[in-house]
Design a protein around this ligand. Structure first.
Ligand code: HEM
Length: 154
């Protein structure tokens, strides 16, 4: 994979940047933006502000999620399979990470979305953002383990 190094750098940069935007945005919303809005705005004001925020945040969520999936699959093909394709512990952690990432995409999509079918879920935005933030941190931990998991080729 030596000759792919420019692609490896580019996709790794995309992957990390998208991860920073998504997980950082969720933690910012949950622990900075919502508490500040809760303590200063009336419910109707909060609702107006949230519409404006979500109109912008939704685009960032869609772009970051799409880039994470695309660059993630590149990393699976270019890095994970050659490095540890046959290692059960690596496969288990990578599979778990992908499933947790899908749950995270769903939760962030719910909190930033407009779907009337999910309006009831949006009533508990603090809960879903807390859960999404926790899952984001867990994914970052799993990613670090994947990178440094001791690989012993039999
Ligand atoms: C919220 C979603 C995601 C986040 C926050 C995230 C985060 C990260 C981070 C920070 C790394 C770099 C770890 C390091 O070098 O220390 C990484 C690596 C990686 N990610 Fe993701 N990722 C996400 C989604 C995905 C998805 C959907 C896939 C697969 C389809 C994927 C596959 C990979 C692979 C294969 C690596 C390389 C692991 C290794 O070095 O052995 N990621 N991810």
């Amino acid at each position: 994979m030596q000759d792919l190094w420019i692609f490896n750098v580019a996709f790794r940069w995309i992957h990390l940047t998208a991860a920073v935007v998504l997980v950082g945005g969720v933690l910012y919303a949950r622990y900075i933006q919502w508490p500040a809005a809760d303590s200063t705005l009336t419910p109707p004001q909060q609702q107006d502000q949230q519409i404006q925020i979500n109109n912008r945040w939704r685009v960032a969520v869609a772009v970051a999620s799409a880039f994470l999936v695309a660059s993630g699959f590149y990393q699976v093909m270019a890095i994970a399979l050659p490095k540890a394709g046959g290692l059960p512990a690596y496969q288990f952690l990578l599979g778990g990470k992908i499933v947790i990432a899908l749950v995270l995409f769903f939760l962030v999509g719910v909190t930033a979305g407009r779907s009337s079918a999910l309006a009831a879920m949006r009533q508990r935005v603090h809960l879903w953002l807390s859960l999404a933030g926790g899952l984001g941190l867990l994914i970052l931990l799993i990613s670090a383990v994947l990178r440094y998991l001791p690989i012993t080729v039999p």
